[in-house]
Design a protein around this ligand. Structure first.
Ligand code: FES
Length: 98
């Protein structure tokens, strides 16, 4: 005789939006934290994003956005000046707005 079959349901968790970024061979997913820079949110997440000035001038924190760019503020003047037409973002200047 077979034991009664038990059914387990996965707990429902709402999809948490995030921004996925890449810098060199480092890739990480950063959950949204409204009003926080992408750099601070990534560091809080334990992601080892390289940075230096935090002012948008050195370019060290430039990252590729793999997904979730809609959750970031528009490029500010510092990013436009430093990155030109590159699709990259400066993690110290891009702010999460989702
Ligand atoms: S840390 Fe220098 S531009 Fe972001």
């Amino acid at each position: 005789m077979r034991p009664a079959e038990e059914k387990f349901k996965k707990p429902k968790t709402p999809e948490q939006p995030f921004v996925e970024l890449r810098q060199g061979n480092v890739t990480c997913s950063v959950p949204l934290s409204r009003g926080t820079t992408l750099l601070d949110a990534a560091l809080k997440q334990g992601c080892s994003v390289q940075f230096k000035c935090r002012k948008g001038t050195c370019g060290r924190c430039a990252v590729d956005i793999i997904s979730g760019s809609a959750y970031l503020t528009e490029r500010n003047e510092a990013e436009q000046k430093k990155l030109g037409t590159s699709p990259r973002r400066l993690a110290c200047q891009a702010v999460l707005n989702g």
